[in-house]
Write a protein that binds this ligand. Structure first.
Ligand code: NDP
Length: 338
């Protein structure tokens, strides 16, 4: 059952992820519940209200969203829009005194991410990034292995995240993921999973990066990357080879060590994460029924208990610094210090 002081959440942007993962997830949570919606599509409203019992007073458009400040039913706003809107909406939510949950990638660049952190701090609200995998038992196991080093020192890391899509897109009517002004491109979308994976499997922060991008479908990918390869260098000399793509299915996170190897394949799906080691051990998610429900329950509990969330804005900012360097290196060549 739901706890009596459960956090009321408003979802902002009722697209694929909000509709199919977050709203259903919010039916399974104990520490938070779906209380409101913010949408630019009036035609979506009746079904959401009916399905989830959302009263008229908790329905907002992007124009009247700032009125949410006076709404006691809603304590947290979850931003699930195209990437260019994350920062402006986060600033408005913070100004309205609401805790901010924001999807990945956190923003368009590190400067925006810093602005979001500053705004939430000034408003005294929490800021959590939607890196659902950081809440997963299999990911926590990789973190533990980075410390315990059961196969000795890590010698090499691979992190590949991508899917093949967009063959049937009309170049005159592209979705936002193919448009630079909305934060389109594979690195922003799936590349952050490779980057996150490389960071948590090593337990280290990259110190330098070099990257190259390319496309086999130039009529679709103009000003955005279809495929990006990036090499992360860590302080102790360890290197992670990372890839991301909208042209190729890949879903592998792997560490080769002195005395063996281990991997998660897939490592970034919504369920079925599958771990294997060189000596035949298997590991999975330990029966977590719904990743997004787990994430939102954890983030709501952090609000209720007045402690920082597991994945705060600073974690999103760390990635945005590397993403900035990846894009700069891919554009201009050369190695970048992060
Ligand atoms: P969709 O395109 O399916 O949905 C985005 C929604 O944002 C739209 O339906 C719309 O909702 C709203 N929106 C507001 N302005 C615009 C605009 N100019 N163009 C298009 N849509 C607009 O995207 P997703 O749901 O797949 O992704 C949304 C965010 O969630 C992204 O940041 C993405 O990276 C992240 N995401 C994270 C995942 C994860 O596993 N953590 C998985 C999938 C996505 P409305 O009509 O209600 O205004």
């Amino acid at each position: 059952g739901r706890r009596p002081d459960s956090i009321g959440v408003a979802l902002v942007g009722l697209g694929y992820y909000a509709t199919n993962l977050l709203a259903p997830g919010l039916q399974l949570t104990r520490n938070c519940h779906l209380a409101g919606i913010v949408t630019g599509s009036p035609d979506k409203i009746p079904e959401w209200q009916r399905k989830y019992g959302i009263p008229d007073r908790n329905v907002y458009s992007y124009d009247d969203f700032d009125r949410i400040a006076g709404n006691p039913d809603i304590q947290a706003v979850y931003i699930v829009t195209p990437n260019d809107l994350h920062k402006p909406l986060a600033l408005r939510a913070a100004a309205a005194g609401k805790h901010v949950w924001c999807e990945k990638p956190m923003a368009m660049d590190a400067a925006e991410a810093q602005e979001m952190i500053d705004a939430c701090r000034a408003a005294g609200v929490q800021l959590a990034i939607g890196y659902r995998l950081q809440h997963q038992p299999s990911t926590l196991r990789l973190r533990a292995m980075a410390k315990e080093k059961p196969y000795g020192r890590i010698l090499k890391v691979r992190a590949d995240a991508g899917f093949h899509a967009y063959d049937d897109v009309d170049p005159a009517n592209k979705p936002w993921r193919l448009l630079p002004q909305h934060g389109g491109g594979a690195m922003y979308d799936m590349g952050v999973y490779s980057l996150q994976g490389a960071r948590y499997i090593t337990g280290q922060e990259p110190v330098a990066v070099s990257a190259r991008s390319g496309t086999t479908r130039p009529h679709l990918f103009e000003g955005v990357d279809e495929t990006t390869h990036f090499t992360l260098e860590f302080a102790d000399g360890l290197v992670a080879e990372c890839s991301t793509s909208f042209g190729r299915n890949m879903n592998l996170l792997r560490a080769d060590c002195e005395r063996g190897w281990y991997q998660l394949e897939p490592f970034q799906t919504y369920n079925g994460l599958a771990g294997r080691t060189s000596d035949g051990q298997l590991f999975d998610d330990g029966g977590v029924p719904h990743q997004q429900a787990l994430q939102m329950d954890n983030d709501a509990l952090a609000i209720l208990e007045g402690r920082p969330p597991l994945v705060p804005g600073e974690e999103g900012l760390r990635d945005m610094r590397v993403v900035d360097a990846v894009y700069a290196s891919a554009r201009e060549g050369g190695r970048r210090i992060v």
